[in-house]
Structures are given as structure tokens and as C-alpha cells.
Design a protein around this ligand. Structure first.
Ligand code: PLP
Length: 378
């Protein structure tokens, strides 16, 4: 009998009432009941996305919405600018190249945020760029990119969209789509939305929709103009992921009952506690500045991060590792969605036990105490 704790930045744990709702007998997707449900979810996603624009739902993991954010807005031969400072930033480039676009990648050291001057330089060199594609929170490194500043740079350029992968930022930290002038925001169900994987979200500005009318890249399933028309009436173009939408209704009830601001504050507290705990143990953080969704830390120099992840796993807590050149060097603790302060304390405690086993020197309990002090507001 093992109680396991999932502390990864996606998929994330699912609250019991959401699981129960999804276990109900299936609704047919072409009924008034389902139409009302889909429509209400679309409406209630708007405050979470900080937009008055329609938020569309797609049946896919987050990458499907990323692909749609390219295929629905770009034209043959277009240039796009991407920020390649991690696994997900690189994905923008991979998708762009798959559709024959010319991709200008801004290389950023993993763990660092892109400099606004680098964005401005790329824009000046490629004034016709169709869009800047960036992550608000680059989950592979735990870094936060300066989306507000990037949006400000795009705002004055009528031909360039600011496209933000907010998959681990929406519902976690402020990402003011309308206020900042972000043109496209995408997200996904298995992160802050506390749902199984399989549902993606995308919201688009008026400027983006106007550019969608000119787009001529091939697409079929992810046709956003078609989805926009259908979803305005509570219908998806093809069969809806009915159970996920039923679960989403419960999640949105939870989020809105808490309030968007309190939701962000809650995540901020968990993130600050986690960081304080890790620093108190004498470890270093990877990201500068750190995002709120996930904390990435370097393993001590003489240690393989894989051994830390394994040791924590033996204590029934699943955390994530690094990717590519950071594999074996960093570990990542997710804290977006259905997480509590107690989960963070338990994880830090398991980290302490593991580090002690592996011979790292620190005074036992300091990590946990530092996190608790943050949670107690001290
Ligand atoms: C999880 C995630 C994605 C989407 O990945 P999928 O596996 O397609 O859901 C994209 N971007 C970021 C920043 C993510 O964290």
C-alpha cells in the first residue's frame, strides 16, 4: 500500500471532485446540455486568461495549440522569431521548420531569460517577422521570460504577433493578455488546470484574427477560424473531449471561487517556499528569474541529479529531471495546480533524507524550516 505524491510540472495531480465528475456517464456532445457546458467553460476561461477574447478548446496536448498558433497565422515563406532557451522554446522552431517557415532562433543560455535588447535586435533585423514565439514560463529550465516587455515591442509593429506559450503560466502567475497586448496565449489541461492531458486552449487578439484571414499554411483539424465560429455556439467542429470538459467545469468553479489574484498568490507562496528550502540546503537554483510553476535546482557538483530523483522516488515522491545537456545535473519540483504547502514540505523532507544518504552536508531540517517560515509569513 503506497501513497504516491506527483510533484512534476505536468501532468499534475487531480482533485477528487474533478475525478468523480469525469467518471459520470458520458454526455453526447451535440446536445443542449453539453452546448451550455462548453459555452460556460469558454466564458469562465476568459478571466483566467485575462482576456475578453474567446478562449478556444482543442482536443490535444499543449503542443497541438502551439502548432495551431503557427499554422493559423503564418503564410508560406514567412519568418518567425523564437526564443530557444529550453526544450519548449526549441519546439516553436521545430514546428515552424516543419511547415517550411524561416525560423530565426534567439539563443539563450538555458536557465537565463531572454534580454529585451535581443528581441529588439531580432525585430530590427527581420522587420517582416510574422511573430515572436516565446514561453512565459520555460518549464524545462524553470525560467520566466519578460513577456510584458516583449508584447510592448510587438504592439507597435502591425505585422508581428506576440505569441506566448503560457502552458505553465496561465492560472499560475500574472499573464495579462489584453492589458499587455499579447496576441496569442496557449495553455494545456495537465498543468495548472489540474486535469488529465488531452485538452489545449488558445486565445487570440483581434490583430491575430485579422492575420489569420491571410494565413495560407496547410491545416485541417486545428482550423481556428472554424473553431471560433463553432465554439461561439457551444460546439467544437469535431467530437469534443466530453469528459475533460466536464472536469474543466469543476476546475473553473474551484479557480473562480478562489479568485484569480488569490490563485496567483497561492502559487507564488508555494514557489517561494520551495526556493527558500532549496537554498537553505546549500543548493543553487538554475533559473534567473525563476518562474512560479516549477523550481529547477543544480545537484551538488559531486552528485548525479538522477540519484537525487531516484532517492526521492524511493520515498514515493516523483519529481522531474533535466533534459538534454542538463540531464543528470538538475532536478525540478513542480508546484502548479493541485498542490499544498504540506506537499512542498514533504518533498523537501524527502530531498533532505536523500541528500543526507548521498553525503551532502547540511544541518538536518534547515530546508523544511526555511520553507515553513515562508508559509508562516516570517
Ligand atoms: C507541458 C508544456 C508544453 C506542452 O507539452 P505537451 O506535452 O504537448 O502537453 C508546452 N510548453 C510548455 C512550456 C510546457 O510546460
Amino acid at each position: 500500500m503506497q501513497k504516491r505524491l506527483l510533484m512534476t510540472p505536468g501532468p499534475t495531480p487531480i482533485p477528487g471532485d474533478v475525478l468523480l465528475a469525469m467518471a459520470q456517464p458520458i454526455l453526447h456532445h451535440r446536445t443542449p446540455e453539453f452546448k451550455g457546458l462548453l459555452k460556460s467553460c469558454g466564458d469562465d476561461l476568459q478571466p483566467i486568461f485575462a482576456t475578453n477574447e474567446q478562449v478556444l478548446m482543442l482536443s490535444s496536448s499543449g503542443t497541438g495549440a502551439m502548432e495551431a498558433a503557427i499554422t493559423n497565422f503564418c503564410r508560406h515563406g514567412d519568418t518567425i522569431i523564437t526564443v530557444a532557451g529550453g526544450k519548449f522554446g526549441q519546439r516553436w522552431g521545430q514546428i515552424g521548420r516543419a511547415y517550411g517557415l524561416s525560423v530565426v532562433e534567439i539563443e539563450v543560455e538555458w536557465g537565463q531569460a531572454v534580454e529585451l535588447s535581443a528581441i529588439e535586435e531580432a525585430l530590427n533585423e527581420h522587420p517582416g517577422a510574422r511573430g515572436i514565439y516565446v514561453q512565459a514560463s520555460e518549464t524545462s529550465t524553470g525560467v520566466r521570460h519578460p513577456v510584458q516587455g516583449i508584447a510592448a515591442l510587438c504592439r507597435t509593429r502591425s505585422e508581428t504577433l506576440c505569441v506566448v506559450d503560457g502552458i505553465t503560466a496561465v492560472g499560475v502567475e500574472p499573464l495579462e493578455m489584453d492589458k499587455w497586448g499579447v496576441d496569442i496565449v496557449v495553455s494545456g489541461s495537465q498543468k495548472a488546470f489540474m486535469l488529465p492531458p488531452g485538452l489545449a486552449f488558445i486565445a487570440c487578439s483581434e490583430k491575430a484574427w485579422a492575420m489569420a484571414e491571410q494565413s495560407d499554411l496547410p491545416r485541417f483539424y486545428f482550423d481556428l477560424l472554424k473553431e471560433r465560429k463553432n465554439q461561439a455556439t457551444g460546439q467544437t467542429a469535431y467530437t469534443s473531449p466530453v469528459s475533460l470538459v466536464v472536469g474543466l467545469r469543476k476546475v473553473l468553479d474551484r479557480m473562480l471561487a478562489m479568485g484569480v489574484e488569490a490563485l496567483h498568490e497561492h502559487h507564488d507562496t508555494l514557489a517561494r517556499g520551495t526556493r527558500a528550502g532549496i537554498l537553505a540546503l546549500g543548493l543553487k537554483l538554475l533559473a534567473n528569474p525563476p518562474a512560479t510553476s516549477v523550481t529547477a535546482a543544480w545537484a551538488p557538483d559531486d552528485m548525479d541529479a538522477g540519484d537525487i530523483i531516484k532517492g526521492i522516488g524511493q520515498r514515493n515522491i516523483k519529481i522531474a529531471g533535466g533534459q538534454d545537456h542538463l540531464k543528470g545535473r538538475i532536478f525540478r519540483i513542480g508546484h502548479l495546480g493541485w498542490f499544498s504547502q504540506a506537499d512542498i514540505i514533504a518533498t523537501l523532507s524527502a530531498l533532505e533524507c536523500t541528500l543526507a544518504d548521498l553525503g551532502h552536508e547540511f544541518s538536518p531540517g534547515v530546508g523544511v524550516v526555511a520553507a515553513a517560515a515562508v508559509f508562516e509569513g516570517k
